[in-house]
Design a protein around this ligand. Structure first.
Ligand code: MN
Length: 228
């Protein structure tokens, strides 16, 4: 049987130094994973269990570039994040072996309609309208762990129009990558192709049309996005 209409194309992320693309299965995102960001959002920085939301694979803005200011919001925020790319799946993955499931890392942005997210929080509603909209997940190329290892520290920052807005270090992650993968695998069956946006350091704030965003993570690379 053929499809009623053409299926959506497989979303796939370029891999540095490879002619192969990384086909995306799901996108998981960790909420509040740097203490200073938890505090700026009005929460306790103590190590509570991680929580997750999802974006859709076709929300990716591959390689950055032009980010169209989305509909229905007047308060769109930037969140610079380390993206973890899995090439092995599983359930109940032990922390000790979790990094064996990680193929590589990328620089990503969790763009957020903060006004809609705030309204959802207040009303106890889901976060999708605030988080999972078109182009809401700019993501650079994946850098294989085989080339750079598994970074446990290193600067992560975001400049807008040349001014530093967010600044942190991967060693400030409340839930380390191995712990996040392990915990998430107790909630969902992880699959090859899953991406995990691992949370953002402090300094989130609004963007406006014309802003030039430049994100960086030591050892992984850079991501440039222009708000249009
Ligand atoms: Mn985020």
């Amino acid at each position: 049987m053929s499809h009623l209409f053409p299926p959506a194309p497989q979303v796939a992320v370029p891999v540095r130094g490879s002619s192969h693309l990384f086909p995306v299965h799901r996108i998981y995102c960790v909420g509040r994973n740097y203490a200073d960001h938890a505090v700026e959002m009005g929460h306790d920085p103590d190590k509570e269990p991680p929580f997750f939301f999802q974006k859709n694979p076709d929300n990716l803005l591959l390689g950055g570039g032009e980010f169209p200011y989305p509909s229905a919001s007047s308060d769109v925020h930037h969140e610079i994040e380390l993206v973890v790319a899995l090439d092995k799946g599983g359930v109940d993955i032990p922390v000790d072996s979790a990094l064996d499931h990680v193929f590589g890392y990328a620089v990503g942005l969790d763009m957020t309609r903060r006004d809609l997210q705030g309204e959802a929080k207040k009303l106890g509603r889901p976060w999708e309208v605030g988080k999972a909209f078109e182009h809401s997940a700019p993501c650079g190329e994946i850098v294989p762990a085989g080339a750079i290892g598994h970074p446990a520290s290193g600067a992560i920052w975001l400049d807008i129009n040349g001014a530093r807005r967010q600044q942190g270090d991967l060693d400030q992650l409340i839930w380390k990558v191995s712990e996040t993968v392990s915990y998430l695998s107790g909630l969902f069956e992880l699959r090859p192709g899953d991406l995990i946006f691992s949370g953002t350091p402090a300094g989130v704030g609004p963007v406006v049309r014309g802003d030039r965003l430049h994100g960086h993570i030591d050892g992984i690379g850079d991501l440039d996005v222009t708000v249009v």
